[in-house]
Design a protein around this ligand. Structure first.
Ligand code: C2E
Ligand code: CA
Ligand code: CA
Length: 548
């Protein structure tokens, strides 16, 4: 595009190409400025450039975005030459603008290819090293710690061999996608090579951020992976190193994290391990945690948090979900993902579940005795415990407090039904007969057939937060949520949407006629005393929080 402006920067000439670009006519252009076609962010640099030409007679050079007639901003390389009268008066500028959008795109694509991995689109080793370097530099002065986590799928080699390399690659791509979805705040995810991913955690005063990140990474395998169109339950191992404790530079930190990952694998997978300098990768971490967990129950280190379930559209408190926490004397408050698996593997899930049932019973009793009107509390029961012989004992631990059965709910997951569906039906029926409701947790992520739902006498479906998360903008998520809600209505079941974090999500769920929500928006999991406050104020839960 060729153009000419006067000393006031108004157009005095433009060529046909300019008119075609702007979608205007010559009379519309002449005498007018061009400011409104320039991207607001590029205006100041361009103005500065213009001013400079009169002062030092330099030519104009700039790269700016110009708005095309269809509204799209295109990158332009702008070159201008100032025009002066013989007496030196500035008269204007004659210039050329060249559309370089494609070249720009290529350039950034190239930069991305050099620094990002093809398979996953995540930062590659080279970029990761400089990102760790940068994170270290930021943390150094403030004396903070930076966690570096490596992540690998367990038995990846077998998958590659039995399912084919195509499936292996697709799996890595999917993991890359999931890792970028679970990233929080300033965390950085990358792909080293093959079955090796890296996450740089957020810097902090303690190693707590490492636990949180590891918990989320382990959680990432919770939903089965489709390989050659068949769902596969996979697990992963995680190794963690901490700057400055385990290394001073990216290389050392990544080596330490890799050594820790080997430790985690030796523990049988589905674990995370911290790098241990003294033991050079011995199973200390798991061993410690196991020993600690055995002691935790008698030592009273377990506690419950309660997350409110809130009805729509009237926002009443209709129940709590009991979520277990472990207040570890050295490691601080640990979330359940860090120890439920361990508890299952070392035979502690029975005592743990029993403890939860008893703690819920005692809590209800305390609240009732204190004159509060109770709401049902849901307990999570893992498949093994639900199908095992101890369920009656667990219930007895609750029933010793002589509470109405309707105050107890049990949440099970779809994987409970994989083994012996008829048996599950009988157990659920038995519970329902005594007045204990059973909810299907994380519904939509597993692969229970819809036909079987019909035969299973459960009372509630809980929509997994994977669908709630994008329900306000993603059509597919909304379709799934909507289908589950109608299905529940048809089958006469309650439906709870989990993980509601924003008003937008809430609004969509309300229009879809969802009847109960549970999520950070209407209430995080809170300790017993805060939960009691909610019981004490039967007003709509979120009024105080400005929700309605
Ligand atoms: P779950 O049953 O799906 O529990 C809900 C989890 O989602 C809780 O994590 C809760 O804090 C979190 N959550 C709730 N609202 C939101 C939200 O708006 N946004 C996000 N991002 N997250 C939200 P938590 O407490 O870490 O529990 C994790 C899992 O551990 C539970 O998942 C459950 O499967 C298991 N679990 C917890 N307590 C027990 C227990 O006593 N026994 C057994 N067997 N498993 C338990
Ligand atoms: Ca649950
Ligand atoms: Ca859930």
């Amino acid at each position: 595009m060729v153009w000419m402006t006067d000393a006031d920067k108004s157009c005095i000439y433009v060529n046909q190409a300019t008119l075609a670009f702007t979608g205007t006519t010559l009379p519309q252009m002449l005498g007018h400025g061009w400011r409104d076609t320039v991207h607001p962010d590029d205006l100041v640099p361009l103005e500065v450039n213009f001013e400079h030409q009169h002062d030092d007679r330099s030519s104009l050079r700039a790269e700016v975005r110009n708005r095309r007639h269809d509204g799209e901003y295109r990158w332009m390389q702008v070159r201008g030459q100032p025009l002066f009268d013989p007496d030196g008066t500035f008269r204007g500028t004659i210039g050329l603008s060249l559309d370089i959008t494609e070249a720009k795109r290529h350039e950034s694509e190239l930069a991305r290819m050099v620094t990002h991995d093809n398979l996953t689109g995540l930062p590659n080793r080279a970029l990761l090293e400089s990102l760790i370097e940068a994170a270290i530099e930021n943390a150094r002065d403030e004396g903070r710690k930076v966690p570096v986590l490596t992540f690998g799928v367990d038995r990846f080699q077998t998958i590659n061999e039995t399912q084919g390399h195509g499936a292996g690659d697709a799996l890595l791509g999917e993991i890359g996608r999931r890792i970028s979805l679970i990233r929080h705040g300033h965390e950085i995810a990358g792909h080293l090579s093959g079955n090796r991913f890296v996450m740089i955690g957020e810097a902090g005063a303690s190693t707590e951020n490492a636990y949180r990140a590891a918990a989320r990474l382990l959680d990432l395998c919770r939903t089965p992976f489709r390989l050659n169109d068949v769902p596969h339950e996979l697990s992963a191992s995680i190794g963690i190193s901490i700057y400055p404790d385990d290394g001073a530079d990216p290389g050392e930190l990544m080596r330490a994290a890799e050594a820790a990952l080997q430790t985690a694998k030796q523990l049988g997978g589905n674990h995370f391990a911290f790098f241990d300098r003294d033991l050079h990768g011995h199973a200390k971490n798991r061993f410690d945690l196991e020993t600690d967990l055995r002691r935790a129950i008698p030592a009273g280190e377990l506690l419950l948090h309660f997350q409110p379930k809130v009805s729509l559209p009237d926002y009443r408190l209709v129940g709590f979900e009991a979520l277990v926490r472990w207040h570890h004397p050295e490691r601080g408050m640990l979330p359940p993902v860090t120890f439920i698996n361990l508890a299952e593997e070392c035979g502690l899930i029975g005592p743990l579940t029993r403890w939860v049932f008893e703690a819920v019973g005692r809590q209800q009793r305390d609240w009732i005795d204190a004159g509060l009107s109770p709401v049902p509390i849901a307990v999570n029961v893992s498949p093994r415990e639900f199908l095992g012989d101890l369920l009656q004992d667990h219930l007895a631990a609750y029933q010793q407090f002589e509470l109405p059965e309707r105050l107890m709910e049990i949440e099970i997951t779809e994987s409970t039904m994989i083994t012996d569906f008829d048996r599950v039906c009988r157990i659920v029926q038995g519970l329902t007969d005594t007045g204990i409701k059973v909810a299907m947790d994380d519904f939509g992520t597993g692969y229970s057939s819809l036909a079987s739902l019909n035969r299973l006498p459960i009372s509630t479906l809980k929509i997994d937060r994977a669908f709630t998360k994008d329900v306000d903008w993603d059509r597919a998520s909304r379709a799934v949520a909507s289908a589950i809600i109608s299905l529940a209505a048809e089958l006469g079941l309650d439906v709870v949407a989990e993980g509601v974090e924003t008003r937008e999500q809430l609004n969509v769920l309300r229009t879809l006629k969802c009847t109960v929500v549970q999520g950070f928006l209407t209430g995080r999991p809170v300790p017993a005393d805060e939960a009691a406050e909610l019981l004490r104020h039967p007003a709509p839960v979120p009024t105080a929080r400005g929700l309605i």
